[in-house]
Design a protein around this ligand. Structure first.
Ligand code: NJP
Length: 234
């Protein structure tokens, strides 16, 4: 109740489910994604369900200065950030041999999956330290581990995300109450999944609302995980 959360990739899929679940617990949620209409629809749903009005940021995470501006606005309004969920993700082009990806695919995967999260860490670290029990969770993928042909930019950017987040966690360990983790959501019926595997029946997969509670668990004040990759998959 009353905790302040920033969620990226909030317009649909896993991020939207996390926003709904956090708002249902009474959190104040700042929701970032590019698709304004979807964010507005989410806000309507949240408020109809009795949640607080969302702060919508309908912008591309890659926009220069955006993340710093959002962090400054959060500081001005609340003086702290309790929860950061770095969830936005991009496949970076269709499934293609690594030798054939277009430069834009590579840039999209790394700028959204890695660099935007680094900028979030940089801008939000001081705000999270101002909270009584700051929590940060980043959405990774099982594909970051091992070798997965045709997933080059996505897999490499998620592997780099894992290294970066675990490094940040090691740096803050024992200096603050901040807890920092990664969550691998497993296979979930979302647009990203349907682009990667178009033949699948989404009804047979886990739904975003099924995995949202795992994010919430890592954001609770009593969360003792730190610097870990938590896997939803059995
Ligand atoms: O996918 P999807 P998921 N600037 O496509 C946003 C990981 N994951 O929920 O900007 C700002 O429904 C986009 O918003 P919009 C995956 O890697 C999933 O599955 O409006 N936002 C949308 O809200 C990712 O990290 C599975 O288009 C940007 C969101 O990102 C996370 O789960 C398995 C943006 C993507 O929502 C959520 O993805 C796995 C930008 N430039 C990992 N680019 C799975 N679904 O099975 C994208 O291992 N977004």
């Amino acid at each position: 109740e009353g905790r302040v959360a920033l969620v990226t990739g909030a317009s649909r899929g896993i991020g939207a489910a996390v926003v709904r679940a956090m708002a249902a617990e009474g959190a104040e949620v700042v929701a970032i994604a590019r698709t304004q209409g979807a964010l507005e629809e989410l806000d309507d749903q949240v408020q109809s369900a009795g949640g607080k009005q969302l702060v919508l940021v309908p912008e591309d995470l890659r926009k220069p200065g955006l993340i710093e501006q959002v962090a400054a606005a959060i500081f001005q309004r609340w003086g702290r950030l309790d929860v950061l969920v770095g969830n936005a993700g991009a496949i970076g082009g269709g499934l293609t041999p690594v030798a054939q990806h277009a430069p834009d695919d590579w840039d999209e995967a790394f700028s959204v999956n890695l660099t935007a999260n680094w900028r979030l860490i940089r801008a939000c670290d001081p705000l999270l330290r101002m909270a009584e029990a700051g929590r940060a969770v980043f959405t990774t993928s099982g594909i970051a581990q091992g070798v997965h042909p045709f997933w080059g930019p996505y897999a490499a950017s998620k592997a780099a995300l894992e290294t970066m987040v675990k490094t940040w966690a090691a740096e803050v360990a024992n200096t603050t109450q901040l807890r920092i983790n990664l969550l691998d959501p497993g296979v979930v019926a979302t647009r990203l999944r349907s682009i990667a595997f178009p033949g699948e029946d989404p009804a047979k997969l886990a739904q975003p609302a099924d995995v949202a509670p795992r994010f919430l668990g890592l954001c609770l004040p009593d969360c003792h995980h730190h610097g870990e990759i938590i896997s939803v998959a059995p």
